[in-house]
Design a protein around this ligand. Structure first.
Ligand code: F0G
Length: 454
């Protein structure tokens, strides 16, 4: 059979409140044209993020009842520990409340002024946690990773020449760790090949630089390796996941993605001394090392989530359904970042709206247009998020992130119809200006207004 069905049936439903275009017009105006200011009840299809928005399974909800809420030595922790240990091989496993807490603890220990930390592309919280220690965060993704039209199968790869040049220039002593983000969220949810991770690890080894992963979407990345990288087609995803973790000296993980939970994170470490320092730091802000800012029931839900994410029928559905959205848009000539990523489709706003200058935020204009037309919430990843003064961002994208196991194919068909209709009317979209914004992370709270046509 060619049709890929959702490999689950639905037992609990959450109603979607339908709104009219007139209602949405007043909602979006009250929100100052910023998606983060819209109440969730006013959204029909919420594609703002795939983080913490997964639907949990009946097994996960059952596991929550087993949660052991003991302060120290909770049984839930040991169930999570055993699952993560067998999946990754790591001995030091620290739970945290979410990915950025793991980042804060790690960079608090290895960062600091004069340090330089390379990555394929740093996610914004990773960069912020590095920079706030005084260290520099450097992106070294391959050139194809900057070109929305390149169909390279592993566009998340790191450029090995650029890494070697960086080590040569800065000296290995200033590089406390080297990271790779799988999949590369800031670069379009694109995977990294096993070959590339092995090559980066080899360079790191030869300079005694520990190699770390930002492994939020490790299972989606492993599935892409199985499907696209020669020699992996007959391997199980769980054995590929193990190979990936065997390569690295540590990892930060936001479990809100491939952990299939609504909250949670992990910090994995190989080095016992660093792990002890990390536990001491964890106690300061997250809690005792056997719960790390989470309830016992959260740890049990996560242990079960990590079992379910390795199910290849799920991963097949997940990656194929994201590709379905992308392919239907491409068929109708809608410009997207190609090839489709794992967790999201990104509209290429520069080609969607060439009549809107980058500094008039074409991707934000599309996001506003999609909300008005169909009540769909997306997020701008372009000059609002990454622009600095008069310098626009590298790419102007609208991210349609797909929550895991939440929407059915008819929801996605509705999204496709809305985007195709908006694309036909794209000339009516108008550029925006920011009327009020804070100094840092302005995309969360900025207020916009539309620029009148000349
Ligand atoms: N690293 C990557 C690659 C991420 O995508 C995220 C979160 C984090 C780290 C931080 O994890 O949110 O649990 O603290 N990404 C979300 C997103 C917010 O919408 O892409 P967190």
């Amino acid at each position: 059979m060619k049709t890929v069905i959702e490999p689950f049936r639905i037992k609990v439903v959450e109603p979607i409140r339908l709104t009219t275009p007139t209602e949405r017009e007043s909602i979006i105006r009250k929100a100052h044209l910023n998606m983060f200011n819209i109440h969730a009840r006013d959204v029909l299809i919420d594609l703002l993020t795939d983080s913490g928005t997964s639907a949990m399974s009946s097994e996960q909800w059952s596991a929550m009842m087993r949660g052991d809420e003991s302060y120290a030595g909770s049984e839930s922790f040991f169930r999570l520990y055993d699952q993560v240990q067998s999946m990754t091989g790591f001995e030091h496993i620290l739970p945290t409340h979410q990915g950025r807490a793991s980042e804060r603890i790690l960079f608090g220990l290895v960062g600091g002024p004069d340090k330089v930390i390379p990555n394929n592309s740093h996610f914004d919280t990773t960069r912020a946690n590095i920079e706030c220690t005084g260290a520099q965060a450097i992106d070294l993704v391959i050139d194809e990773g900057h070109d929305p039209q390149s169909r390279h199968p592993f566009k998340g790869n790191m450029d090995i020449d650029k890494l070697e040049a960086l080590i040569e220039r800065e000296g290995a002593g200033r590089i406390p760790i080297c990271m790779i983000t799988i999949t590369n969220n800031s670069g379009g949810g694109q995977p990294v090949s096993m070959e590339n991770m092995r090559a980066v690890q080899k360079v790191c080894r030869s300079h005694k630089i520990p190699f770390f992963l930002d492994a939020c979407r490790f299972a989606e990345n492993a599935y892409f390796i199985k499907k696209r990288e020669p020699g992996f087609e007959d391997r199980t995803v769980s054995s590929i996941v193990r190979d990936i973790f065997d390569l690295c000296d540590g990892a930060t993980i936001s479990a809100k993605k491939d952990g299939l939970v609504n909250i949670g994170g992990l910090l994995l470490l190989r080095d016992s001394e660093l792990a002890q320092q990390a536990r001491n730091s964890l106690i300061l802000t997250e809690g005792f090392p056997t719960y790390g800012g989470l309830a016992g029931r959260d740890l049990d839900a996560l242990a079960q989530g990590f079992r379910e994410i390795l199910d290849e029928a799920y991963l097949d559905y997940r990656i194929r359904s994201t590709a379905y959205l992308g392919e239907k848009l491409v068929e109708q000539g809608v410009p997207i970042l190609e090839p489709p990523g794992g967790h999201a489709i990104y509209l290429d706003a520069k080609r969607f709206c060439p009549h809107i200058e980058p500094l008039q935020f074409p991707a934000q204009a599309i996001a506003v247009g999609l909300y008005r037309m169909a009540g769909i919430r997306t997020v701008e990843i372009g000059s609002v998020m990454f622009g600095q003064g008069d310098t626009p961002a590298d790419m102007e994208l609208v991210r349609l992130a797909i929550p895991r196991r939440v929407y059915t194919q008819s929801h996605i068909d509705y999204v496709i119809e809305a985007i195709i209709e908006l694309y036909a009317k794209r000339q009516e979209l108008r550029g925006l200006r920011i009327v009020d914004a804070p100094m840092a992370l302005r995309h969360f709270t900025a207020k916009f207004e539309e620029i009148d046509p000349m």
